[in-house]
Design a protein around this ligand. Sequence first.
Ligand code: NAD
Ligand code: TYD
Length: 366
Amino acid sequence: MTKNILVTGGAGFIGSNFIRYLLSKAGDYRITNVDLLTYAGSLENLKDLPHPEKMEFIHGNVCDQPLMEQLIEDRQIDTVVHFAAESHVDRSLQGPAAFIQTNLVGTFSMLEAARKVWLQKGLIDMDKVRFHHVSTDEVFGTLAPGDPAFHEDTPYAPNSPYAASKAGSDHLVRSYAKSFGLPITISNCSNNYGPYQFPEKLIPLMILNALHEKPLPIYGDGLQIRDWLYVEDHCDAIWIILQRGEVGESYNIGGENQPSNLEIVRTICKILDEKAPRESGLPHEDLITYVADRPGHDRRYAMNITKIRNELGWEPKLQLEEGLRSTIEWYLSNEDWLQAISKEKNFQDWVQLNYEAREKTLGGAE
Ligand code: NAD
Ligand code: TYD
C-alpha cells in the first residue's frame, strides 16, 4: 500500500538526506516536500535523487496553516515528518524572531493542520497516521563533566533561543497527543554532520575554511563537547521510529562520539593534510584561531541511547573518523554544489561578519 509522506524542510541538510535515504529504499512511497527555501534550504540539495518522480516539491511556509491542511487532505497524507526549522544557534542569538515564528508557530500550524484533517474530518484511517517531530538534544541544556548523559526523562533546560524554541515545539507536540490523541512520536538527536550541510555549521565551515586558507575559528577554549552523529544514521533512526516506534513516545538519538570541538577540528585538519595538502606544506592546524566564546555556550552534550537501542534495535553505524573522512571526501568532490550554494546564498558574508564580531570581542576582552 502506498505511504503518502509529507516532509517539511526537505530542502535543508537533514531533510534532503532523509528524502534521498527514503527514495533509495524499496517500497511504495510518495513524498510531498514543503520547504520555504530560506537561506538554509536549496533545490541544489535535491539534485540527482533516486526516483525523483516519487517526490513533489512545494515551495511553502509551514506557518501557512490552510496550505498545510490542503496538502494533507489532497495528497491523503498519512505520515508527517517535521524537519522545517531555523536551526543555527549563532543566528538565534542575533535574531530570535524567526526561530519563534518557524519553530513554534510553524509546529503549531502543522499540528493544527494534522488535527483538522486526521481527527476532525476523519479523512484518513487513524490506524495508519503518524506525526513525527524532529528535535534536538539542545532542549536538555548543558552537562557538567561527569554528569550522566541525557535520557528521555531529563528535565528540559534550554539555554539558547534556538533550544528554547525547539523545547516549546516538543511540548506542543506532546500536548497534541495528550489533549487530542494525535498519534505522535518525537526524536531528540545530537549534532549531525555529513553531505549537504550548510557551510556555517562547525564541520563544513572548518573544511571549507581550511581548503581556502582561512582562519578556523574556535569559540572560547574549544573544549566544549558535542555527541556527533553521521546524518545517514539519523535518517535510519527516524525511519525505524516511524516503523516500530511507540505512539506518544520520544526517543533520544546520538552517536556515542563525544570529542571536544578542538579534537574534531584537529581531526579534520589531519585528514585534509593527507587528502588536500596545503601548497606551503604547512599543517592545516596552523589555521586554528581562538575567538570570543558564544554567549550561553553549552559546555557538553551527551545522549543516552539505551531506549532506542533496546526497544527498536537502532544503533549508530559510522564511527566519527570514518564519517569525517567520508564527509570531507564528499565536500572535496562536490565543488559544483558548493559553487552553486555560494552563488545562491552568499553565506560567506554572514560567516565573515560572525567571525569578525567574535574576533573583535575577544580583542576587546583582553
Ligand atoms: P537546516 O537549517 O539545514 O534546514 C532547515 C530547512 O527548513 C531549510 O530547507 C529551510 O528552508 C526550511 N525552512 C525554514 N523555515 C521554514 C518555514 N517557515 N517553512 C518551510 N520550510 C522552512 O536544518 P537541519 O540541520 O537540516 O535541521 C533539520 C531539523 O533537525 C530541525 O528541526 C533541527 O532542529 C533538527 N536537528 C538538527 C540537528 C543538526 O545537527 N543539524 C540535530 C538535531 C536536530
Ligand atoms: P554548531 O555547528 O553551530 O552546532 P550547535 O551550536 O548546534 O552545537 O557548533 C558546534 C560546536 O562548535 C559548538 O560548540 C560551537 C562550536 N563552533 C566553533 O567553535 N566555531 C565555529 O565557527 C562554529 C560554527 C561552531
